[in-house]
Design a protein around this ligand. Structure first.
Ligand SMILES: NC(=O)c1ccc[n+]([C@@H]2O[C@H](COP(=O)([O-])OP(=O)(O)OC[C@H]3O[C@@H](n4cnc5c(N)ncnc54)[C@H](OP(=O)(O)O)[C@@H]3O)[C@@H](O)[C@H]2O)c1
Length: 332
């Protein structure tokens, strides 16, 4: 089969190889998928680059956790009724807590446990389906992990990013009032298109005051945070008493310190979100909510760029450059 892979970490152009590899065979509880689209996330490019100096857990890695395609074969414990189903895939590379999985979605075929696929909703394309695994599951967990959101005031930091933008859609569709932050006009409009009720440019000197004015000086109930270490002081200022910060990243400050008593004085809580380890019920709820939004025609996936798998290095560089709004996807 056609596949992209790497055998050492480094820059995309130095280590990514397009070649032929043996087509995998599904084991008893797996399904074999003919991959149509492979979605790229920051975690994929970080792993390939050797983020946090992790050694390669396998001699050869086919990158990417997310994808979509058609089931073409099933393992002996699986119903043959599944053959022919269009599905989206998650966790193909597995989490950070263990070694993960060697073979991701940047290949013509992937064999994955049947528990890691879900039927593609009718009006979702393969390219869109390849953008759901990491981003949708992360945003869903960040929005819903801390209880009902009806009538809550939620601040989504980084709402022009892929995860943040899904978080805006979910929070606004399911009854919250959403204040979004973004760093440019284009990303501010992207947040408004997703359903944000208010949007503030995070580079404005008065941005904290603007947010407090929107909340009539009361602060927000919840914050969905993309850059925990960089924004924690601001977040505490913006949080209502007993408010909750659900953080899914702290890339620029990976070992943050935070003012314990400033947060404790508010009875504030911190919830760290990890999409690779979703509790089963959260996973199922995410799938049900996706289905509901799709059936109502209320779900949008912003695809920033689609490239052929032969251009995987360029695609990785685009994700690293962070200039594209929306997901970068490979057509396989
Ligand atoms: N824990 C998990 O399970 C999980 C899952 C998915 C992603 N992540 C991590 O989350 C991060 C974002 O992923 P993504 O796919 O959404 O990436 P993305 O689409 O590249 O989005 C990044 C966004 O961050 C915004 N941003 C940068 N610095 C910011 C700051 N200090 N405050 C507020 N916003 C800031 C940028 O927008 P502006 O400059 O316009 O504000 C941009 O829109 C990555 O580091 C990724 O590895 C973690």
């Amino acid at each position: 089969m056609k596949a992209a892979y790497y055998k050492k970490t480094g820059t995309a152009r130095d280590v990514l190889i397009n070649d032929e590899l043996e087509t995998p065979k599904p084991t008893a509880n797996e399904v074999l998928i003919s991959v149509k689209a492979s979605g790229i996330n920051p975690s994929d490019v970080k792993r390939r680059a050797g983020w946090q100096n992790k050694n390669l857990p396998f001699p050869l890695i086919i990158p990417h956790s997310d994808g979509a395609g058609k089931i073409v074969k099933v393992g002996r414990n699986m119903s043959t009724d599944l053959i022919g189903s269009d599905v989206w895939v998650w966790n193909a590379q597995g989490g950070y807590a263990g070694p993960g999985r060697a073979f991701g979605t940047a290949a013509e075929f992937i064999a994955v446990p049947a528990t890691q696929v879900s039927k593609l909703p009718d009006n979702v394309t393969f390219e869109e389906g390849a953008c759901l695994g990491v981003p949708l599951r992360t945003s869903h967990r960040a929005v819903f992990a801390d209880g009902p959101i009806d009538n809550k005031l939620i601040l989504v930091q980084g709402a022009g990013g892929v995860v943040g933008n899904f978080a805006v859609q979910l929070a606004s569709q399911f009854g919250a009032t959403v204040i979004a932050t973004a760093g440019s006009k284009e990303r501010m409009s992207h947040a408004l298109d997703a359903g944000a009720h208010h949007v503030v440019n995070r580079h404005d000197l008065s941005f904290k005051k603007e947010i407090m004015d929107i909340t009539k000086g009361l602060g927000v109930d919840r914050i969905i945070e993309i850059e925990f270490g960089g924004n924690i002081e601001t977040d505490i200022d913006l949080l209502k008493p007993n408010g909750i910060i659900a953080a899914y990243s702290s890339t620029t400050v990976p070992n943050p310190t935070f003012p314990y008593y400033k947060l404790a004085a508010k009875g504030g809580q911190i919830n760290l979100i990890q999409s690779f380890n979703l509790p089963l019920e959260a996973e199922k709820q995410c799938q049900r909510d996706l289905q509901e939004l799709c059936e109502a025609g209320k779900f949008k996936v912003a695809i920033g760029k689609v490239l052929p798998i032969s251009e995987i290095s360029t695609a990785h560089e685009m994700v690293e450059a962070k200039t594209i709004i929306g997901n970068v996807v490979l057509k396989v």
